[in-house]
Design a protein around this ligand. Structure first.
Ligand code: ATP
Ligand code: MG
Length: 136
């Protein structure tokens, strides 16, 4: 069994696309193990995205992810669940994300790209512990 962290980012909540995104995850055969609608605090957002701290887009990214409520999810399934979710999401830039993916079908901009998914097993473990410290 594997788990990954998914964030339906503030744009997906604002646009009413959370149901669509959760439906795609569930129809794929994955399970929601935990969920919380929450406005992410800045220090937590900065830790979550700490690999990007020195990038020019860091401030815009943190401002965006903290501007309004996001739906935090722990998604569960096979060992490589993180990879299955990344495939459903599509690449970072929605303008090159293929049709059939969440970003390819539903988004146009790199910042407002609707969804976060952990990019590997270690990231998944780290991020689940950050957002759901009490989860067993
Ligand atoms: P996420 O971590 O949000 O799931 P990702 O793993 O596809 O996205 P990362 O490289 O981790 O992409 O970048 C994190 C986020 O930073 C992206 O989702 C995007 O919003 C933003 N970002 C990444 N690269 C750029 C860029 N070149 N210009 C502007 N924003 C960017
Ligand atoms: Mg990433």
């Amino acid at each position: 069994m594997g788990r990954t962290l998914v964030i339906c980012k503030p744009d997906s909540v604002e646009r009413g696309l959370v149901g669509e995104i959760v439906t795609r995850i569930e129809r794929k055969g994955l399970r929601i193990a935990a969920a919380e609608l929450r406005t992410i605090e800045r220090p937590l957002a900065e830790r979550h995205y700490e690999e990007h701290r020195d990038k020019p887009f860091f401030e815009a990214l943190v401002s965006f992810i903290t501007r309004a409520p996001a739906l935090l999810l722990v998604v569960e399934g096979p060992e490589d669940t993180w990879r299955i979710v990344r495939t459903l999401m599509g690449p970072t830039d929605p303008s090159t994300a293929p049709p059939g993916t969440i970003r390819g079908d539903l988004a146009t901009e790199t910042t407002e790209n609707l969804i976060h998914g952990s990019d590997g097993p270690e990231s998944a473990e780290r991020e689940i512990a950050l957002f759901f410290p009490g989860l067993r």
